[in-house]
Write a protein that binds this ligand. Structure first.
Ligand code: SF4
Ligand code: MG
Length: 295
């Protein structure tokens, strides 16, 4: 007997795909993929109620390994189309996934403006410290002097301090977790989906094939859950300090959160008092003639 989704909520099967995963053995994408599905199922978000947006990168191959609405866009451009979809249909839960290469190079402008605009979406950074899909080039977040495939002597540039940069933009939700901790990733993703505006999640991701400096074992040994230590996520100064200081330990969990800032949609004067969404409002217009101009 088939039990209708409405009475029970979705199951992991509803988010499954027949496509076979092609990530390397031990890749952190497997854990993140599982945590994303688990989050949506545990929050009783059905596939038609969510939109999962992917940038280009190894993580982007997740876009056809899941059920539901998904979009796979151009390198570094995941935030604009995720934000656009959310603003058109605010009823959707929208998550955008990007790698450290794209998000902190081509896509960095979008990240800056997403935080200052406070778009109500979740952004998940797959942070494996290199361009994995293109066989291990150094990204802006690769540790300085780390030998990589195309830079055996290390790169001459300084490593971008991504967390200090994010905190300099006055974000309203910042979390960090790692790809080996499915329970913590699920918790963080759930909290991010409940956030009022732009939620930034840094997932430190093992890339056993090309990242030989942040291995699964190293992350396992260095990551420490802030929640167990009673960290107050309302304390911006402390959160920034914990986020930036990673030499001895890497603090994970919800680093900073505030819910008193209206998001982009809430600030739009023409949307105030509206009970319908923009997609519902355009439905009544017949665009057949207009579309003919483009075929
Ligand atoms: Fe994962 Fe790295 Fe392999 Fe890409 S190259 S699939 S990130 S382990
Ligand atoms: Mg990467």
């Amino acid at each position: 007997m088939t039990i209708p989704l409405e009475s029970t909520g979705p199951t992991m099967k509803d988010y499954s795909s027949r496509n076979i995963c092609t990530w390397c053995d031990g890749c952190g994408d497997y854990g993140i993929w599982t945590a994303v599905k688990r989050t949506l199922v545990e929050m009783k978000i059905s596939p038609h109620e969510a939109l999962l947006c992917y940038d280009v990168g190894c993580h982007g191959n997740m876009s056809d390994k899941l059920g539901g609405y998904r979009m796979h866009g151009l390198h570094g451009r995941v935030i604009p189309f995720a934000a656009g979809a959310k603003l058109a249909n605010p009823k959707l839960k929208v998550m955008a996934f990007g790698g450290d290469g794209a998000s902190f190079s081509e896509g960095i402008g979008h990240l800056v403006h997403a935080i200052r605009s406070h778009y109500p979406i979740v952004f998940v950074l797959h942070n494996n410290g290199n361009y994995g899909l293109t066989t291990g080039q150094a990204s802006a977040l690769t540790v300085k002097n780390q030998p990589m495939n195309t830079s055996p002597n290390g790169i001459p540039e300084e490593t971008l301090n991504s967390m200090d940069f994010i905190f300099s933009l006055e974000p309203t939700f910042v979390a960090r977790t790692f790809s080996g901790d499915i329970a913590q990733m699920t918790y963080v993703l759930k909290e991010a989906l409940k956030h009022r505006g732009f939620a930034f999640i840094d997932i430190l991701q093992a890339c056993p094939t090309y990242n030989r400096f942040a291995t699964h074992r190293m992350l396992l040994e260095k990551c420490a859950d802030l929640e167990a230590e009673g960290h107050n996520p309302a304390d911006f100064k402390k959160a920034r300090e914990l986020a930036v200081n990673t030499a001895k330990r890497i603090s994970t969990g919800i680093l900073f959160r505030r819910e008193d800032i209206p998001n982009f949609y809430e600030r739009l004067v023409p949307r105030q008092g509206k009970t319908t969404t923009p997609v519902e409002e355009v439905e009544k217009f017949d665009v057949t003639e207009l579309m003919r101009e483009f075929v």
